[in-house]
Structure formats: structure tokens, C-alpha cells
Design a protein around this ligand. Structure first.
Ligand code: NI
Length: 250
């Protein structure tokens, strides 16, 4: 069930049987010469929607712009400052908990979001801790590629050149979702350099075509289908466990 296409009575009925919701969270940032700008939002959204169709849980709108300051030297990238993202996440969390959701699971598509997501969680809990009351909700976050069993599938399909940004695996997941957006591009070198970076100018100087450590020319619709199938199974199991955990004290 998708929040965007549900009516309020349907959400009210859902809340009578479950207090849990999954929010895909990602980024809009360059993903190399053949990767889609929305890759990090599309991947968790695709996996969450497919898992929800089987598992019967609710998926909220995708929090689709995140921490991408280092990609801003490439056209199309959009970023939130960390402080903006933390503030926006407070409002999403407060709106959902107001309705009675007590389990909010963020499925993340962008490693660069992780620190800010954890800071947002601390901010949400701090209000209750400082007040001396137990928080009436629990928050969880997981990177889709770290769901149980997924990295093994990715290593088997792409033993070489999956990389760390504009990966063959994430590009494959987006091609599976949007086969009409498949782009065939020759890349040199075949496997991009690896390393760290600071700001947007530094990133573009070190990684001129946007990739880090990857050869996404290997990406395919078929690989994406296999990766989504594994991630969907794993997500369903994780979400069931998290939603069924003892309800927060009230
Ligand atoms: Ni990505």
C-alpha cells in the first residue's frame, strides 16, 4: 500500500492493524555518464514498493533529496544542507507519529545520507529524553545494499568494478525500474578511480566523469531484477521484525 495513492479512511484502517511505515530516503545527484540523477531515490523506492506489495505494509512518499553538496559541480544535482535535512525529517516524523505511527523505517539509497539520518534520529529522541519521558516511537534506518544477503548477490553478478559511486548494481536497479532510460556510454578508464573528496570542486577534479571505483557500463535490466528480488525478500523480513518489536511505552 502506498500512502500517496491511499485515502485517509484507508490509512485510518491500516493504523488499526499496523503502526509501521517504510519511508524510502535518497538523493538527486549525478551518477556518472550512464546513471540516472534520481538513482539513490529510485532504488530504495523500487525495493520498498515491491516488498510492500507482497508484505502488505505501508510505504510513504520518498524523501528524495538528501546530502549531495559534493556532487554540485555536475548539472542536475540538488542538495539539502545537513541542518535543512534534519529539520525536514523532524517534520515528517512528527506528522506521522501524530497519527499514531510508532515504527518508522527509513530505507536509504545514499551512503552520504547516513550521518545526517542518525543526527535526525538523535534530534527526534532528544526532545523526549530531555523531557524525561520515553519516546512513543522507534526509528530505524538501513542502506538497501546492506540488507541481509544483498551484497552477496551483487558480488556474484559484478565480481569486478561494482565500485562505490554510480555502482553497476544501483544503475542496474534503476534500469530494471525504467528500462526506457537505459543509456549505453563508453567510459574511460573502464573502472573509475577511487578515493576521498571534500567539496564539489574537489570531487569533480578527482572524479571527472562522476564515478568512484565503478564500471557501470556492466549494468543491465536483468541484473537489476535479480538484485531487487533479493533486496525485497530481505526488506520484508526486516520490516516484519521491526514492526512487531514490542511497542514503545506510552
Ligand atoms: Ni548512488
Amino acid at each position: 500500500m502506498q500512502l500517496s495513492t491511499a485515502s485517509w479512511p484507508e490509512v485510518e484502517a491500516y493504523l488499526a492493524r499496523s503502526k509501521g511505515i517504510v519511508i524510502p530516503i535518497g538523493s538527486h545527484e549525478q551518477h556518472g555518464p550512464n546513471g540516472l540523477i534520481g538513482t539513490d531515490a529510485i532504488c530504495p523506492e523500487t525495493i520498498a514498493l515491491e516488498a510492500a506489495a507482497e508484505g502488505g505494509f505501508l510505504v510513504g512518499p520518498t524523501f528524495s533529496v538528501g546530502q549531495a553538496q559534493h556532487h554540485l559541480a555536475f548539472p542536475g544535482s540538488i542538495t539539502l544542507r545537513p541542518s535543512t535535512m534534519i529539520a525536514a525529517m523532524q517534520d515528517w516524523i512528527a506528522s506521522l507519529t501524530r497519527h499514531g505511527f510508532t515504527r518508522i523505517y527509513f530505507l536509504n539509497g545514499h551512503g552520504g545520507n547516513s550521518a545526517t539520518i542518525q543526527a535526525a534520529f538523535s534530534e527526534a529522541y532528544a526532545a523526549w529524553s530531555l523531557r524525561g519521558e520515553p519516546a512513543p516511537f522507534a526509528l530505524a534506518a538501513a542502506n538497501w545494499w546492506e540488507l541481509p544477503g544483498v551484497s552477496g548477490v551483487i558480488r556474484r553478478i559484478f565480481p569486478v568494478g561494482d565500485g562505490s559511486h554510480a555502482t553497476a548494481s544501483e544503475v542496474s536497479v534503476t534500469y530494471y525500474r525504467y528500462p526506457e532510460a537505459v543509456k549505453r556510454v563508453e567510459m574511460t578508464p573502464k573502472i573509475a578511480p577511487s578515493g576521498s573528496f571534500r567539496d564539489a570542486a574537489d570531487y569533480r577534479r578527482r572524479f571527472p566523469d562522476g564515478r568512484i571505483g565503478s564500471d557501470p557500463s556492466q549494468a543491465s535490466v536483468e541484473a537489476g531484477a535479480e538484485i531487487v528480488a533479493a533486496a525485497k525478500r530481505a526488506l520484508t523480513a526486516e520490516v516484519v521484525k521491526f514492526f512487531e518489536a514490542a511497542p514503545a511505552a506510552s
